[in-house]
Design a protein around this ligand. Sequence first.
Ligand SMILES: [Zn+2]
Length: 477
Amino acid sequence: MKDVGQAKSQIGLKKNWWPVAILGLLLIPGCREIGPPQKAPTSVSDLENSFETIKNLGLQQERAQEFLKAITAVGGRLTGSPEASRAVEIATKLMTTLGLDRVTTEPVEVGRWVRGEKEQALVKSQQFGWQSLNICALGNSQGTPADGLEAGVIEISSLEELATRKDRVAGRIVFFNTPMDRTTIEPFAAYGRAAQFRVHGASQAAKFGAVGVVVRSNTFRQDDNPHTGLMEYDRNWPAIPAAAISTVGAERLHLWLQQDPELKLWIRMNCRQEKPVVSANLIGQLTGVEKPEEVILIGGHLDSWDLGSGAHDDAAGCAVALEVLRLIKEAGLKPKRTIRAVLFMDEEFGGTGGRAYAASGARKGEKHLAAIEQDRGGFAPLGLAFSREDLALKLQPLEEYLRPLGINWIRTGGGGVDVAPLKEQGTVLGALIPEAQRYFDYHHCALDVAEAVHPRELELQAVVLALVVYYLAQEGV
Ligand SMILES: [Zn+2]
């Protein structure tokens, strides 16, 4: 998940919270507790039966984890890479095996950035010799010259400081050393603020003559894994190489610079842009028996970063989408409206898949009532978020079923990069919000592998969303 600059507030309420909740509701616009069940348009016995069947099938079999393993088995899936193409093939097979009513791909032209050989970094000091550091190229970055780039280093902790010290930047590598703010409880909010250095730091530094940037990784965790992610060049300034350094590496470099401000940093990266290629969004659905043209969409993105195998980000979202359709089908439910899983291509390099899906001629005659995107990691459910406030009321009849699965609230918000373009068609955007305090331990780094996703937590997401999606397919939005 990218989600830069869209800091989202998230307000959780404890269980057994009724007295607190009422006060909370008065204070928090857009956050509505799930109240006691009201008159349900779908009969209570239907709901009960569907809930029991879906819950039992899901928790007994834990198939979401199997889908996740099949997708992550190809490794990291950089947009435009052979691994991403292979993932489309594998997921197509998974959908076909599920016996869905329709499985199709829609072509998307995407860019192709290649990391090349493993990046190298050395600190060279007159005082303490040579020391190696763990770095990785940021996605979209230019490489260095073949024999590397060597320069002095200036450490910067804010854009204001960069402007103040701009006279010392020319000819140097700027080291952006700004940790994610630990006092911010919502990790995505802390990430959104820290990630600006990763995304825009290179051009901000190049403006003052820097020759490269090294950016502290966006994670609360102290370890030696650099975290990659998208960076963007402002065409007004030279495109200089941009790397991420691990949090432990950033602390070491900080100390070394205090001991020897004249040290040199040498980095070598041979990442590069290649020609665009044609990739695909993958679409599978259970066609509605009464209103097939009305669609409830659930999706994730099939592409990922390449340092791990993109398990939390976002094989988890893809696996949940597949499992939602499987659970509804296996439960023998016949949705009135179409329930569609879309595995989008190219979320990480800018969302071309999501834009292509919304704009496709294939959408003619279709009406997307709701589009739910799972791209916040495969952790245990906490709440639900929808772009339209009245969805909380709409889903009230599900309260007694959702609460034991971990859903404490429904608030405004939701959506994701891939489904955002549907909003202008009047589609309600949604998301399940999982517990996310550990998400950035894994995000965009080598630790994001299948073993990092807990099968039962992932399955709980699928069970919740199968209920929600099926209910919306029956009742409309
Ligand atoms: Zn993602």
